[in-house]
Design a protein around this ligand. Structure first.
Ligand SMILES: Nc1ncnc2c1ncn2[C@@H]1O[C@H](COP(=O)(O)OP(=O)(O)OP(=O)(O)O)[C@@H](O)[C@H]1O
Length: 503
């Protein structure tokens, strides 16, 4: 249905695509995988009309096409849900679903018609947001599903999903996988980009692997490709062995409890947390798990000073309560979120400024301003440690999405925190970088830092954590550690709690 051939694209001196081709057939889910910076988003942007290639061709149903922009591509039946959230936060749910012209009745915008059209699509995705709620007030997962809904309402023939499940809890991701399969069954061509390789193998009919702007595995039948060979193709053979941890490898962190570094005592936050007590020692990595709205994320908010308890108390390593987000930072709390756009980077500023920004806040006023060259060097050191490919003086906006996420982590590393609060820290990060970020988190714990982590990726919690505390309806319902800390156990506990089980 849609054939791209010989695509070439440069950004300054960087070759993003070097003669890339891909064929998307009706009725198939075609997965596109590759390391951060491999060129996936660039390919997707070209195929969806957002970026023009310098070379190569696109053909739709055998006829050559040149897209003048995303709307033009949309009108030709190519819809995209991009990696970065594109919801209009100040508009309502319904307004977000019909951005290019709402359905009208007798010349007037018809809310009823909007609802009628939207209801079955929202239902298929398993969400039911209030139609007049402000999109910005919805949880991240719902906002992502809203975007998918918006794309589906265009009734596309080619649907491009760029990391659609990276912000979704597992149940929503599984629902979405079902929806994608059904859409392909109805004759849609789906291009599916994801860093979750197991998910890719489950959902895709074909898989194309990009490495350094070139196709290294072209449209292979997914049934013929093993997970190992996929990783090897992505990373190149020698690196693959070093970067990917063996499955279920437990953290080799020596726990060095040194008293509670962070503690919550009887914390109640109306609507979010009810009488939560939790202590995390220095050296400990504690996971926070729960379904959407269970309260586990509110613990991070409380530690980071973004919500204040109505009763109970939160104590940071310096013995103080976090009175505000800024105060929490100066008390040594680092907050790393996978929601890069919302919480993270100054995209128009160079990498070194981004990386060194927080430690300035942490050091407060009155210090001597280090010379720029020293800051640049310091930033370069952090970025090399995280293997970010990119010039330290270039703007953060020029980095691929996954590399931006590494910069978010680097800026907090620079601030030498004593507590790490992580919210889906490896969202959108490739398998090699994920292993690297995990190694860094383990290393920081081994240095005595306290780590609290929430993640929609249960494998991440199982791999990293000493124990995982499970939340339901704002309360702690139990915890898992040691041999009981497995993905299936965790999933059951999150959904059904610990009724009838020993805690
Ligand atoms: N607007 C831009 N300006 C400069 N360089 C860019 C720009 N967009 C992408 N690049 C560069 O092109 C290369 C390919 O990036 P691209 O975003 O396509 O990778 P990706 O495979 O989608 O990565 P990720 O998995 O991290 O999203 C990278 O080296 C990136 O730094």
């Amino acid at each position: 249905m849609l054939v791209a051939s010989g695509l070439v694209k440069h950004y300054g001196g960087v070759t993003a695509l070097d003669g890339v081709g891909i064929t998307l057939d009706a009725g198939e889910v075609h997965a596109l995988v590759g390391e951060n910076g491999a060129g996936k988003s660039t390919l997707v942007k070209i195929v969806s009309g957002v970026v023009r290639p310098e070379g190569g061709t696109l053909a739709l149903d055998g006829a050559p096409v040149r897209f003048a922009g995303a709307r033009h591509a949309g009108a030709q039946g190519v819809a995209i849900v991009s990696q970065e959230l594109m919801t209009y936060d100040d508009l309502t749910v319904l307004e977000n679903l019909f951005p290019y012209g709402a359905p009208r009745r007798r010349g007037l915008v018809s809310t009823r018609e909007m609802r009628r059209l939207a209801r079955p699509v929202l239902g298929a995705l398993g969400i039911d947001p209030p139609p007049h709620a402000r999109a910005g007030d919805l949880p991240l997962a719902d906002r992502q599903l809203l975007e998918i809904c918006r794309a589906l309402l265009q009734e596309p023939r080619v649907l491009i999903l760029d990391e659609p499940t990276s912000a979704l809890p597992r149940d929503a991701a599984e629902r979405l996988a079902g929806v994608v399969r059904r859409l392909a069954g109805r004759g849609l061509a789906v291009l599916y980009i994801s860093h979750f390789l197991e998910e890719v193998m489950r959902i895709a009919d074909r898989v194309t692997v990009l490495r350094d702007g070139r196709v290294v595995l072209p449209g292979a039948a997914a049934a013929d490709v093993s997970l190992d060979s996929l990783v090897a193709a992505m990373l190149g053979e020698p690196e693959a062995r070093a970067a990917v941890p063996s499955p279920n490898s437990k953290p080799a962190v020596r726990r060095r409890p040194s008293g509670a570094a962070v503690s919550l005592t009887g914390v109640t936050v109306p609507g979010l947390l009810r009488d939560v007590s939790l202590a995390v020692a220095g050296g400990e990595i504690v996971g926070l798990a729960g379904l959407q709205g269970a309260g586990h994320l509110a613990v991070l908010d409380a530690v980071c000073g973004r919500v204040r308890p109505a009763s109970g108390s939160v104590r940071l390593p310096d013995g103080r309560e976090p009175r505000s987000a800024r105060h929490a930072v100066t008390s040594g709390v680092a907050f790393v979120s996978g929601d890069r756009k919302g919480r993270g980077l100054m995209l128009d500023k160079p990498l070194w400024e981004n990386v060194t920004a927080v430690s300035w806040l942490g050091q407060g006023r009155g210090g001597f301003l280090p010379r720029r060259a020293r800051l640049v060097d310091r930033a370069r050191g952090h970025l090399e440690r995280l293997r970010v490919r990119g010039d330290v003086r270039a703007g953060a906006g020029a980095l691929s999405g996954g590399n931006q996420q590494k910069v978010v982590l680097a800026k907090w590393l620079d601030a030498s925190p004593s507590v790490l609060a992580l919210d889906d820290p490896t969202r959108g990060v490739d398998v090699g970088a994920r292993a690297e970020l995990h190694a860094i988190v383990r290393g920081l714990a081994a240095e005595g830092k306290a780590v609290l982590i929430a993640s929609s990726d249960l494998a991440e919690l199982v791999e990293l954590c000493h124990r995982v505390v499970v939340f339901q309806h704002g309360r702690i319902v139990g915890s898992l550690a040691g041999a009981r800390l497995t993905e299936p156990e965790l999933s059951v506990a999150m959904n059904a709690g610990f009724a009838g089980r020993a805690r």
